[in-house]
Design a protein around this ligand. Sequence first.
Ligand SMILES: [Cu+2]
Length: 162
Amino acid sequence: MMFPTFALLSGIALFCSGVAAVTTHQINVSNDTAGLLFDPEYINAYVGDVVVFTFHPKNHSVTQSSFNAPCTPLPGGFDAGFVPVALGTSDYDLPTRQFTVNDTNPIWIHCRQAANTAASHCGKGMVFAVNPGAYGKFNSFENFKAEALAIGDLLTAVNATM
Ligand SMILES: [Cu+2]
């Protein structure tokens, strides 16, 4: 009588260990004070995890770019488009967009509002990443954001001379 019970229990254990837990990551796009930021700025995620973006006022995008060109949309990449949100919108009514992580490669994201102008949100550091390189690696989130800010500085300088 003991053997069937044992077999059943071990079968349950195998089932549990074989199912990867899917995590849902909640990301704020801007905040209550209209900050040009993603919160958190980056996450580490597994294949199958879902990344949900909640849009705060005023008007932002979640647009995939690349490490080498943080503020340029990646051809064929993920792009939520612009999601305008009225000031004063209740937290319960904030719109969301989401995507599923398909591999463990870094995913680089920016807001393309006011692209290529001195007001570029990306150029002011509104960038986000999934699975960036670790701190100190060439492809760290810190280096990605620094490059976005450098692009912003350049756009501001160009604007000042026109
Ligand atoms: Cu923005």
